[in-house]
Write a protein that binds this ligand. Sequence first.
Ligand code: KIV
Length: 269
Amino acid sequence: MSEPQKPWTVPMLAQARAEGRKLVMLTGYDASFARVLDDNGCDLILVGDSLGMVVQGHDSTLPVRVDDIVYHTAAVARGAKRALKIADFPFGSDGSSLEAHAAAVRFVQAGASMVKLEGAGHKLDTIRYLVEREIPVCGHLGLTPQSVHRFGGFKVQGREDAAAARLREDALAVAEAGAALLVLEGVPAALAAQITAASPIPTIGIGAGAGCDGQVLVLHDLLGLDTGHRKPKFVKDFLAEGGSVAGAIRAYADAVRSGRFPDADHAYA
Ligand code: KIV
């Protein structure tokens, strides 16, 4: 099936899912890489707060500021015309609906078509608040990196029955609050597949197995760069098979669309 060449819009996400087309997402932080992502089959570019670790050199995403996301979103938007740009709320910037709205307006004005926030609970009110004000939202559940201190590290989530049940409930609640997309990170593949089957909105996995509606990786991981951080099991270096940056992105996009990535070696049981 041929991929749509027109610029991605939020309604096209549900359409892709209905047509059984996998969504290809990568993180991006600057205009030059955004252009290469755009030209080589990447549907969605996430200006993730992972930039705190892979661009700024911190040990976690927690030091990232709203200004950083605005700056990098604007750069990505200048480089990518076709891919849908998603800006990530940094730690502490989505604590209240009003605060989140102020940041989200800046993200949209910088070129994002959607914003991403981690968690459920009190964040559900924020999701509703933003969606009612015309700001599309992507949820993010599972191994949410901003919860690193509560989790005691970057640990796979949802392994125990109670935790799995909570994740299933949270996923439905995030969709019910109005989110149009949901990232599932660091959860057992079978659980992510169950959540996806029950979800009214598309899911994007990272360390969540092949049963999701799409996949995302951190760009630096896809290119096999040593960022000074431990590489989780789900990371794959596509530069080795792609032979160039553009080739690596194409190899990843092909592998996601064909269902070859992630395989069992790059997923949690
Ligand atoms: O910040 C980020 O890059 C993310 C992805 C890893 C999902 O949240």
